[in-house]
Design a protein around this ligand. Structure first.
Ligand SMILES: [Fe+2]
Length: 321
């Protein structure tokens, strides 16, 4: 029997869709008017399954913002402005095959990064374009004890500068590269986080890593990269993930403190559009009770790209243009 709750005289049910993360909630129409009981039930399942999905929803941008507020205060992105007519929407519009196809948790370059994100599919791709989530609490649990002990001693610097959303040059959109440097990283934020943090609501120990990381503190760069790769391999192994293929209207709500996610850039040159809101989070705490620290707090980026980038563009072979 699936977990369920009676809401407005109808049975709302929860269905696991992978072994270590992810569940679909059926029979619930999301709206800003949901009562506290059903919001608590959804949130309980977000904490337990890390990401929950809803098909066939019909929220618009403003209703998505209002729904988000039922789970807590929203937090804007520090450098990217919301589309006109909205207050907190972060727009993910893909063209030229580009997508955020590297593992990350949202905005970990902030000391207090979002506790959760809510993503809505505006325009799905006709094929591909799925998003994957991974369970960072389970990744910690499955580390051998000596590696858990090593992870618990380490801290890392996360930054929005020198971060690359896309991992293959063939998928790059050069307007996007400029956007990434000139807008996304127009102001530099850097936070120092423990590699293992204690989840403030579940008490689980979670790995706090991924692609906003610049390096592990106190290690040289090659050692830092080697160790990060080792820990990351426990997060991104297929058994620790769930994949969601988007349909128009779908909503995903995930715990950003116990997961990582990434898109799959396998939809050719189709358009893909999603919209996100993020919920304000606490400053993470290590297993010894030490808090994360904001070490760079929005200073202007001195390496804004100029016209010179066009010369890179000319070097792209014809076949990937
Ligand atoms: Fe993201």
């Amino acid at each position: 029997m699936p977990d369920s709750i009676l809401h407005d005289g109808k049975r709302v049910t929860l269905h696991r869709i992978a072994g270590n993360i992810g569940a679909e909630i059926r029979g619930l129409t999301l709206s800003p008017r949901l009562d506290a009981e059903i919001i608590q039930w959804v949130w309980k399942n977000v904490l337990k399954y890390k990401v929950v999905f809803f098909r066939e929803q019909s929220l618009d941008s403003l209703a998505q913002e209002e729904l988000g507020k039922l789970f807590g205060p929203l937090v804007p992105h520090p450098t990217v402005t919301s589309p006109k007519g909205t207050n907190h929407i972060f727009e993910l519009k893909a063209k030229n095959g580009r997508a955020a196809n590297t593992w990350h948790a949202d905005m970990t370059f902030m000391a207090s990064f979002p506790k959760a994100s809510i993503l809505r599919c505006v325009k799905p791709t006709p094929y591909g374009g799925a998003t994957l989530w991974a369970n960072t609490a389970n990744a910690y649990r499955t580390l051998p004890v000596p590696l858990q002990e090593l992870a618990e001693k380490l801290w890392a610097i996360h930054t929005n500068h020198d971060y690359d959303h896309t991992d293959l040059i063939a998928e790059r959109d050069w307007d996007f590269v400029r956007w990434q440097q000139n807008i996304f990283a127009s102001k530099i934020f850097e936070a120092r986080h423990p590699i293992v943090h204690v989840h403030p609501e579940t008490g689980e120990k979670c790995l706090l890593l991924a692609n906003f990381i610049k390096r592990i503190s106190d290690l040289n760069l090659p050692d830092s990269n080697t160790i990060l790769e080792l820990f990351q391999s426990y997060i991104s192994r297929p058994e620790n993930t769930v994949t969601w293929y988007w349909q128009a209207g779908d909503i995903a709500i995930w715990d950003n403190r116990s997961t990582q996610h990434r898109a799959t850039a396998d939809f050719g040159y189709q358009e893909r559009e999603l919209q996100r809101v993020t919920l304000r989070g606490d400053v993470p705490v290590s297993i010894r009770g030490e808090h994360s620290v904001q070490i760079t707090d929005g200073r202007n980026n001195p390496t804004i790209l100029n016209e010179g980038i066009y010369s890179w563009e000319q070097k792209i072979p014809e076949y990937i243009k």
